[in-house]
Write a protein that binds this ligand. Structure first.
Ligand SMILES: Cc1cc2nc3c(=O)[nH]c(=O)nc-3n(C[C@H](O)[C@H](O)[C@H](O)COP(=O)(O)OP(=O)(O)OC[C@H]3O[C@@H](n4cnc5c(N)ncnc54)[C@H](O)[C@@H]3O)c2cc1C
Length: 671
């Protein structure tokens, strides 16, 4: 076990604590941590070098990290506090070194919101412990005094899971507490991001009208429902990359989000780019409002569980085994597992200390610990890198942020005013009708020509936006070789034009570049060697043969979520493929599905296995943003209701994986 500590700043007392922690070995309990802190006579002077007041939010400074534990000092200015959170399974202990901490403990209710269940004050030199399951919030309520505390986590915090406080005095909806009626078919939704939550919303909405009995179970290990990785960010600088007018959660109520946003802020216009955390609130409100209107025959359950394996079996047809060893039986399974985790480009080429490497900026609580005068390297130049740049820029950033990617391409920016998409059918339809099938080269040529024509009169973005409704048809018309060619040669150029930054974000990025704070380069990271205060990165710039060594205080992996063979499939999905219940596409983008989202395997439909979201990229390509997902959620709900209304399901017999022949209605990339 290697100790990665800020050695130069460690005095005798801190060294003694670290020595004791190292002696504990690999399996550390909360009681052991608390004993070590309680008997140490650590004072504020011992950690003075790690006290970093930050006017924006409470700050965290890491003293040490091993594979088994990490030690942090937190500084809370008067009035600063955390929201309700847990430590994703790490045990922890803390001690107050200056000031008074007000700790509130919370309990998660059936609707996923948390309610306070108790509060206490911890004064200087008092210690607390969390055996792993506590949801709490901490606040410095003093008007004058800072609060400084030392915290030990074992293992190091993987993720600070943020929970949502109940703000209105409503009890959880009846449908969430009434329990399952014995005759109701069970629909298990694996994944509670936008896709999973909206399938549930559509099912509740439609069963309220049809009277179909149904028990819906949503499984997700995350703290909050509906937000997923995109709308979980607490940073209000992170904006939607789609205008408000096109972000309704419903396909058939186009102004739903716009109306909601305007009730909170009358200045929101159809072309406003609203913050993603506000959008997360909207989704949660949409979800809870709809469940409150569920019919008496519908029940809903939210389980904070990660599905480990999904297999045929049990009385209902499907058995889901969760990481906690709990099992759930279901008649229908919906796979809404969403984004695949980012790839760590340096996973096997990083040497030495990882104390200054953030492998996943979405889950790491350490992003906020990066100081304005510390240099940062971002691996990746896409929208994730832009998010991180914005988060780093909060406190008048002084040190540079350098972003690298193979091509050094930044996302384009939306136009300052709304544009009308250009209808591509006059040049696209002849291409799609061509007897030999369309090629990537012919398409690229067609798009370039359309862009040239548009630029002469208006704006290239109109061409890209005009293509969007036709993407699935284009993708279906490409053969496997041309899809692969697109992924290798055109994907990066397409993505930066298709997924654009909000105009104000683009302006911020340009300003950071103008002042020299932000730069982008085309280079490939080869390896990195970390030490206690930073890392040396070896990169090869595009077109250069000699590698270059660059020194940074921090390196942040911003490669972002993705799809394709290199990302690998979630293990539960891989097992379903192994069992013949799903078929992977040859490019590893996802799995085969019918137009309404049911799994398709070798030309058969697996009717009781429904897919929504990025796994459907295999057949649709465009399958990750709200405008597509809301249509998928409605179609999936229709298919499920039609299935459970069949007599075999109503008699409680389950569907048992009936597979029916399926004629593909669009291309399958196999030609
Ligand atoms: C940073 C970012 C910004 C975006 N901004 C926009 C935008 O402005 N507009 C837009 O239209 N789209 C945007 N998108 C696209 C976004 O993908 C969709 O809008 C949408 O959020 C996708 O939701 P999802 O539920 O399909 O996936 P996710 O949000 O990834 O949710 C999947 C959920 O499944 C859970 N899960 C996975 N595996 C399991 C398992 N085995 N057991 C239990 N649970 C599991 C995960 O914990 C997760 O909560 C953005 C995406 C990102 C990453």
């Amino acid at each position: 076990m290697t100790l990665q500590a800020s050695k130069s700043k460690l005095n005798h007392n801190l060294r003694a604590i670290l020595g004791e922690l190292q002696a504990l070995g690999t399996s550390i309990t909360g009681a052991q941590l608390s004993k070590i802190l309680a008997r140490s006579d650590l004072s504020i002077d011992d950690v003075a070098a790690f006290v970093t007041p930050n006017p924006d939010s409470y700050s965290r400074r890491r003293i040490a990290r091993t594979e088994c534990f990490e030690v942090l000092v937190m500084t809370w200015l008067p009035g600063q506090g955390s929201g309700p959170h847990d430590h994703a399974g790490s045990v922890s202990a803390f001690k107050i070194l200056r000031g008074t901490a007000h700790e509130t403990r919370h309990l998660q209710a059936a609707d996923g919101l948390v309610d306070p269940i108790g509060a206490r004050q911890l004064h200087e030199s008092e210690a607390g412990v969390d055996q792993g399951g506590v949801i709490h919030s901490v606040r410095n309520e003093s008007e004058t005094e800072p609060l400084v505390s030392i915290h030990i986590y074992a293992p190091p915090i993987r993720e600070l899971r943020a929970f949502t406080r109940r703000t209105e005095a409503h009890a959880p909806a009846e449908a969430l507490v009434r329990g399952r009626s014995p005759c109701a078919p069970v629909v298990a939704i694996v994944g509670g991001g936008y896709s999973g939550a909206m399938v549930a919303v559509q099912l509740v909405h439609k069963t309220a009208r049809s009277g179909t009995p149904m028990h819906i179970v949503i499984l997700d290990g995350q703290a909050s429902i509906a937000e997923g990785v995109a709308y979980r960010t607490p940073d209000p600088r992170h904006l939607l990359n789609v205008p408000a007018s096109n972000m309704s959660a419903w396909h058939d109520r186009s102004d739903d989000f716009l109306k909601w946003a305007r009730q909170r802020d009358s200045t929101v216009s159809p072309y406003s780019f609203v913050s993603r955390c506000a959008y997360g609130e909207y989704l949660r409100a949409t979800f809870l409002n709809e469940i409150a209107q569920a019919g008496p025959q519908t029940s809903v359950e939210i389980r904070r569980q990660v599905a480990d394996s999904i297999e045929r079996g049990g009385a209902r047809g499907w058995r889901i085994d969760c990481q906690t060893r709990e099992s759930i039986e279901a008649d229908v399974v919906v796979l809404a597992t969403g984004h695949r985790s980012p790839i760590d480009p340096l996973s096997d080429r990083w040497y030495g200390s990882r104390a200054r490497y953030l492998e996943d900026p979405w889950s790491s609580p350490m992003l906020a610990a990066i100081e304005p005068d510390e240099s940062v390297c971002l691996l990746g130049t896409g929208l994730t890198a832009i998010d991180v740049l914005q988060s780093l820029g909060g406190r008048a950033r002084r040190a540079p942020v350098t972003a690298f990617s193979r091509r050094g391409l930044l996302p384009a920016t939306h136009a300052g005013t709304p544009l009308t998409p250009l209808d591509p059918r006059d040049w696209l339809e002849p291409l799609l009708r061509a007897g030999t099938g369309v090629t990537t080269r012919a398409l690229t040529r067609g798009i370039r020509r359309a862009v040239r024509l548009a630029e002469a009169r208006q704006d290239w973005r109109q061409v890209i936006d005009g293509l969007r409704p036709h993407i699935s048809a284009i993708w279906g018309a490409l053969n496997a070789r041309d899809r692969s060619r697109f992924l290798r040669h055109a994907r990066a150029f397409w993505e930066v034009r298709r997924h654009r930054m909000a105009p104000t974000v683009g302006e911020e990025v340009r300003e950071a570049a103008r002042t020299g704070i932000f730069s982008v380069a085309a280079a490939r990271p080869l390896s990195a060697r970390g030490d206690l205060d930073g890392a040396t990165l070896t990169v090869r710039r595009r077109g250069e043969s000699v590698p270059e060594l660059l020194r940074f205080d921090w390196i942040v992996n911003c490669t972002g979520p993705g799809s394709g063979r290199e990302f690998g499939l979630p293990s539960s999905v891989a097992r379903l493929i192994g069992a013949g219940d799903l078929e992977e596409d040859p490019l590893g983008l996802g799995v085969r599905s019918t137009p309404n989202g049911q799994a398709a395997v070798d030309g058969r439909v697996i009717e009781d296995l429904v897919i929504i979201g990025s796994l459907r990229k295999a057949d649709l390509w465009e399958s990750t943003a709200v405008p597509e997902l809301r249509l998928q959620a409605a179609a999936a709900a229709d298919a499920i209701i039609e299935l459970v209304n069949r007599p075999s399901m109503q008699s409680g017999g389950g569907h048992r994986g009936r597979a029916v022949a399926y004629e593909r209605s669009f291309g399958d990339g196999r030609r």
